[in-house]
Design a protein around this ligand. Structure first.
Ligand code: AOF
Ligand code: ZN
Length: 366
């Protein structure tokens, strides 16, 4: 199963709007005879790849799958049926399929006399699929907020300079996050100051990098100008603007989406932005900055995971990594649980999960 989880990870960033899934098939003697992973939506499921590789040797054998085999005919046929037809004697899966259209594979398999066990390495398999599983539960894309700051929590110096707070190693690590995301989102301040490219540069050990959709929240359509690096053809680009903004200068250069204003505070409605991305099949978002946009996402209860790169440097003045998030008193602080701490070159990377996900700061007051 651990091997199947590693195979599933190869699909990260490539499968939207589908999950990442890995499968290993053993023959009756317990030898590995087939491996597969889901490579892209519309393509064969992991089980089908692995069964094809195994051929006749699957008969009487075992299939280990990271997600309960599907039971439906969607873009492809039902995997439960494919496993039965291949003569597999036993199916072990990690995580039950929460998709109402696809669920029921375990019951179909047992009904056909196949021995079925669920839950093996479920936590690890759920982690590799956390974006998709979260999006099934919440009905919006999973949001990972990434920031880089000094030890005193600043993302730029007092004069606005911010290159480079963290090391090349930390920046390479961010490219790995980008390659796994369906969309990368920044605000107008970041677009104006950094002119970011937002595409994936470094090839990853997970194979050819997928390019995420590049998204700029540019409420007044003033930050992204023709010639901006984000408008090149390295990856598709979406610019979110208000209903009133004049965005004619973006004609033919980017997709423009018009969104309502935020219910409280400046900028656009984060919930509407996430709905627009969901409608474009985005299931995982890497939120890269800056502090005001991150504050709006947190205020909207729309941050599912935080990755902070902390550079061992001090500034003492300059903007904080996070601006107003609708939190005014200590009891409202968004408490996080740390799941990982790693050294990345000279920097620290901290990964943490909000303890109360999906509760907007405003609703905590009531
Ligand atoms: C995958 N890959 O390896 C498995 C999936 O759009 P379809 O027809 O390909 O069906 C997608 C659903 O199938 C998906 O939401 C999940 O519930 C189930 N299993 N999907 O894309 C796979 N095993
Ligand atoms: Zn399937």
């Amino acid at each position: 199963m651990r091997r199947a989880i590693a195979l599933a990870a190869r699909g990260l960033g490539h499968t939207r709007p589908n999950p990442v899934v890995g499968c290993v098939v053993l023959d009756a003697a317990g030898q590995v005879v087939g491996e597969g992973w889901h490579q892209r939506a519309g393509g064969p499921h992991a089980e089908v790849h692995a069964l094809r590789a195994a051929g006749d040797r699957a008969r009487g054998g075992t299939a280990l799958v990271t997600l309960e085999p599907c039971n439906h005919t969607g873009r492809t046929g039902p995997c439960a049926q494919a496993l039965i037809e291949a003569g597999v004697a036993r199916v072990v899966y990690a995580v039950p399929d929460p998709n109402p259209q696809a669920t029921g594979g375990a019951a179909t398999l047992s009904g056909a006399g196949v021995a079925v066990t669920g839950g093996l390495l479920a936590a690890e398999a759920a982690e590799v699929n956390e974006a998709w599983l979260t999006s099934v539960r919440t009905g919006r894309p999973f949001v990972l907020w990434k920031y880089a700051a000094t030890l005193d929590g600043r993302s730029a110096a007092a004069d606005g300079t911010s290159r480079w707070i963290t090391s090349p190693e930390a920046r390479a690590d961010v490219h790995r996050l980008r390659a796994r995301a369906d969309a990368v989102v920044v605000g107008s301040g970041t677009a104006r100051q950094d002119d970011p490219h937002l595409a994936v540069r470094h090839p990853t050990h997970e194979g050819e990098p997928a390019q995420p959709l590049r998204v700029v929240v540019d409420t007044h359509a003033t930050a992204v100008r023709p010639g901006a690096r984000v408008l090149d053809d390295a990856a598709p680009t979406l610019v979110a603007v208000s209903h009133q903004a004049d965005a004619r200068h973006l004609d033919g250069l980017a997709e423009v989406v018009r969104l309502p204003a935020a219910p409280h505070g400046p900028g656009l409605d984060v919930t509407a932005l996430l709905a627009a991305l969901y409608a474009r099949d985005v299931r995982s978002v890497l939120l890269e900055g800056g502090p005001r946009l991150a504050g709006a996402f947190i205020a909207a209860g729309a941050v599912d995971k935080v990755v902070g790169y902390l550079a061992p440097a001090l500034l003492g003045a300059g903007p904080a990594a996070l601006a107003d998030a609708g939190i005014t008193t200590i009891g409202q602080a968004l408490r996080l649980g740390v799941t990982d701490v790693a050294r990345i070159g000279p920097d620290l990377r901290m990964t943490a999960l909000p303890q109360r996900p999906n509760h907007p700061a405003t609703s905590q007051e009531s």
